[in-house]
Design a binder for this molecule. Structure first.
Ligand SMILES: C[C@@]1(CC(=O)O)c2cc3[nH]c(cc4nc(cc5[nH]c(cc(n2)[C@H]1CCC(=O)O)[C@@](C)(CC(=O)O)[C@@H]5CCC(=O)O)C(CC(=O)O)=C4CCC(=O)O)c(CCC(=O)O)c3CC(=O)O
Ligand SMILES: NC(=O)C1=CN([C@@H]2O[C@H](COP(=O)(O)OP(=O)(O)OC[C@H]3O[C@@H](n4cnc5c(N)ncnc54)[C@H](O)[C@@H]3O)[C@@H](O)[C@H]2O)C=CC1
Length: 212
């Protein structure tokens, strides 16, 4: 059965990472990039995690996992090298109705972490359904070639235009038509090639005379 893909809003949400090795480090970086409030429970951690704790970007509890730790968090990562412990963390999280990822047992956990390409507001997430994380990484790299930095500028412009049109063009069908035309237009190419004056003209042509 396919997994249901979603994008979580983690701003200010408490996230627990159990374990402090390289895999935990990768998951932690992803959570911090999305403004999660991270607590790490682990007797030992990587230098990067220790530095993040030192600078106050996360909370490190330097100890082994204790029964009950998982229940009060929004999201839990079971990222130790012990299958038994990760299974116990998952069981507790699941009982408390929490989101829980297990890094070393595909049959456990209620979500997996995708490989992600980010360009400003664009995110492309890749899952292979656990078949091959190495292939997910390869596909992420291929997508990075295709989706360059111009997508960040493109989406910033589209968001601004869309916001304006929501206020100025009341007819939904006309709004949709303008936005679809812009999305399919040469705007992206013009931004990629730094042809800003032409980009401005194209936008003006697309939306000009549409206010009602
Ligand atoms: C199920 C899942 C659960 C989860 O962690 O969420 C999972 C599980 C496991 N990964 C393992 C191994 C590796 N994982 C990576 C890398 C990534 N793993 C990620 C996600 C996921 N890994 C979820 C499924 C994703 C999907 O559906 O595709 C990525 C995409 C996201 C991230 O972690 O940030 C990130 C790439 C990020 C990027 O680069 O963009 C590499 C490559 C490398 O390290 O270079 C290897 C070695 C090569 C290989 O095995 O393919 C092992 C076996 C360990 C062992 O051998 O014992 C297990 C355990 C098992 O399979 O049961
Ligand atoms: N899902 C993924 O993306 C991947 C998963 N893996 C698997 O993930 C697991 C973890 O990998 P690494 O980080 O490289 O392992 P590691 O052995 O470097 O780190 C394990 C961490 O767990 C901590 N730990 C051990 N007992 C603990 C306890 N009782 N309470 C809290 N923390 C405890 C250790 O202090 C250590 O920081 C391995 O089993 C590996 O096979 C490996 C590659 C990718």
């Amino acid at each position: 059965m396919a997994s249901y893909g979603v994008f979580l809003n983690l701003t200010g949400r408490r996230c627990l990472v159990v374990g402090g090795g390289p895999v935990a480090e990768r998951k932690i970086t992803g959570l911090l990039d999305c403004a999660g409030e991270v607590t790490v429970v682990s007797p030992a951690v990587t230098d990067v995690i220790a530095a993040l704790a030192e600078s106050g970007r996360l909370k490190w509890e330097k100890r082994a996992y204790r029964t009950g730790d998982a229940a009060s968090f929004f999201l839990v990562m079971a990222a130790t090298d012990s299958r038994e412990l990760n299974a116990e963390v998952y069981a507790e999280a699941e009982r408390a109705g929490r989101l829980c990822n297990v890094v070393n047992d595909q049959s456990l956990g209620n979500f997996t972490v995708p490989a992600v390409v980010r360009r400003g507001r664009l995110q492309v997430a890749v899952s292979t359904g656990g078949a091959s994380p190495a292939v997910a990484k390869r596909i992420r790299r291929e997508l990075e070639e295709h989706f360059g930095g111009e997508y960040a500028a493109f989406l910033d412009q589209m968001a601004e235009i869309r916001h304006d049109l929501l206020g100025t063009v009341r007819d939904e069908k006309r709004r949709t038509k303008i936005l679809q035309r812009l999305a399919e237009s040469e705007l992206l190419t013009l931004l990629r090639e730094g042809r800003e004056e032409e980009a401005r003209r194209l936008v003006a042509d697309c939306i000009g005379g549409q206010e009602t």
